[in-house]
Design a protein around this ligand. Sequence first.
Ligand SMILES: Cc1ncc(CO)c(N)n1
Length: 233
Amino acid sequence: MVNHVPEAPASKSGDWAFLGAESGSVADRLYLSAAEEWNRAINSRFVNELLDDTLPDNVLVSYLIQDFKFFNQGIMDHAIALAPREETKEMLRKQSKFFADEEAPYFTDFLKVYHVTDEQYEHAPQTPANKEYCDYLAEVVNGTWEELITALCCMEWLYLAWAKRTVDAGVVQQVPAHKGWVDLHEGELFRAWTGRLIALVNEYASVDGPEAEVFRRIVHLERRFFEDAYDLA
Ligand SMILES: Cc1ncc(CO)c(N)n1
């Protein structure tokens, strides 16, 4: 295969020091505590096929319909409300606007190019993992800032981690929808955003607090979210 992207190696302490998760930091320790399932998620069949351009269209469509439903949930608004400092609220507001400007158009264009009708979108049932994930986030947004920032950090970081595989391998996807999905989750801006979330986790979260369970639960749900794309495709 010409454009094969190798799997990510096992997680090691300090892997993400360049984004602020130095060895022994809270973020690094949370990352290591979920290492096994994190690795399975970022090396999942869905990610492998997306990066190698071998993903069947119906699986991509099924996944993105689920993700669009997931994305429309307002987690950022809750984070803005709970953020303890005005500068953090402002940072989150800017990122929220970025999502509205960049990520939402990706979805809308995608649905058009792949001929997904509004009806098909509306009627697609949520997959079990997506439902469980959304239910869980509905709980988390009513919890503490520490838990919410840990959840947000984990989900964005895990996305950067799978997308980074292709950047590390120097492979560029030839299918525009695949490349577009990578570009939304890897690059200077997404790295900076993830780095800001890692800094907040280091500042506010604790490895012995309830945040540790939140981190592992999100990794688990992310792995299952990828798998479910095949079941309902
Ligand atoms: C399910 C899920 N988790 C994380 C991201 C990254 O923002 C996403 N788009 N979807």
